[in-house]
Design a protein around this ligand. Structure first.
Ligand SMILES: NC(=O)c1ccc[n+]([C@@H]2O[C@H](COP(=O)([O-])OP(=O)(O)OC[C@H]3O[C@@H](n4cnc5c(N)ncnc54)[C@H](OP(=O)(O)O)[C@@H]3O)[C@@H](O)[C@H]2O)c1
Length: 293
């Protein structure tokens, strides 16, 4: 299949593009800069120049493809306003891509986060929470999956808090960045709250499996590690960066602070058994050992 991918130069998109190409698909990748166009072309994809807000470009990309994987999301998490802008931009883009495929029966895969359920690991059957700074993304996903009744195959991959590769990425990556900035490998609360994780190379396989075979309107969990205690994550970061490890105020983490403080393990038992997905790459704590001071 020819697949239109947005975000194909990101932590997750880069291995997704490689996984698609390695399995006989061709890739048309949205690229908003010369550097991004060169990166996707080096990987073996064709670049379609434009940004996520260029809705006509998105329509053109979807129209000339057999399926879509939507990964792009603004990297500006610095303030509530910037985050809200990113959520709105993704909503407009995903709505446009989904509408472009209505009546075609083609697949379109989008991302959201795994939900959090007090006292237990969340499952694929749990609804996405709509509160908090990224609650708008859940509303976008719900509307997106609702396209299943209109002759299109929308499918959602729910990602854990950290999608990592070579010790970089996700919430653990944000903890690392804050540790480098402040000189303390900090965590909010008592650090017993758990964050789930997956290696980006394992997540990429799930994106391909879901694109190829998941039924319309379904959601899947790309979770390899059900939940690592945040104090354990901070301990590896502190040791690798030679920094002290301790609890710090959740405000230190900007708009994500309240989410950082929550216990949010997630299961992928259904995804593994139904799609035959088996993560094989290093877990979060092992991958963080690759951090360099
Ligand atoms: N990594 C995680 O731990 C994690 C966890 C949960 C959910 N997610 C979600 O998974 C998706 C992919 O994450 P990621 O970690 O791969 O993201 P990332 O490394 O930050 O990469 C973001 C990608 O989106 C592209 N992009 C951003 N804004 C764009 C715009 N305005 N126009 C065109 N392209 C734009 C970037 O292109 P450039 O290269 O040109 O900048 C890049 O390819 C995102 O929706 C993210 O929120 C990630």
């Amino acid at each position: 299949m020819k697949i239109f991918v947005t975000g194909g130069t990101g932590t997750i998109g880069t291995p997704v593009v490689a996984e698609l190409l390695a399995h006989g698909h061709s890739v048309l990748a949205l690229a908003r800069s010369d550097a991004s166009a060169q990166a996707v072309e080096r990987a073996g994809a064709k670049a379609l120049r434009g940004g996520l807000a260029d809705l006509d470009i998105l329509r053109a990309g979807a129209a000339q493809s057999d399926g879509v994987i939507s990964l792009a999301f603004s990297r500006d998490y610095g303030s509530p306003e910037a985050l809200a802008q990113g959520v709105a931009e993704e909503n407009a883009a995903l709505t446009t891509l989904g509408e472009a495929l209505v009546g075609s029966d083609r697949p379109i895969v989008a991302v959201s986060g795994t939900p959090w359920i007090p006292g237990r690991a969340s499952t694929e059957a749990d609804p996405l929470p709509t509160g908090g700074p990224v609650g708008g993304r859940a509303l976008t996903q719900t509307a997106f999956l609702g396209l299943a009744s209109r002759e299109v195959r929308p499918v959602s991959v729910r990602l854990p808090r950290t999608v990592h590769n070579e010790g970089q990425g996700g919430f653990a990556g944000l903890l690392t960045a804050e540790a480098r900035r402040s000189g303390v490998a900090g965590y909010p609360g008592d650090g017993t709250q758990r964050w789930p994780a997956v290696h980006a190379l394992d997540a990429a396989v799930l994106f391909r499996l879901v694109l190829e075979s998941a039924p319309a309107g379904t959601a899947w969990h790309a979770v390899a590690d059900e939940g690592d205690a945040v104090q354990d994550i901070a301990a590896v970061i502190g040791r690798r960066l030679n920094l002290p490890v301790r609890s710090v105020p959740e405000e230190n983490f900007g708009p994500f602070g309240p989410i950082f403080a929550m216990d949010q393990p997630a299961s992928s038992a259904h995804t593994r058994s139904a799609l035959g997905w088996t993560p094989v790459h290093p877990g979060q704590l092992e991958d963080l050992e690759k951090l360099q001071p």
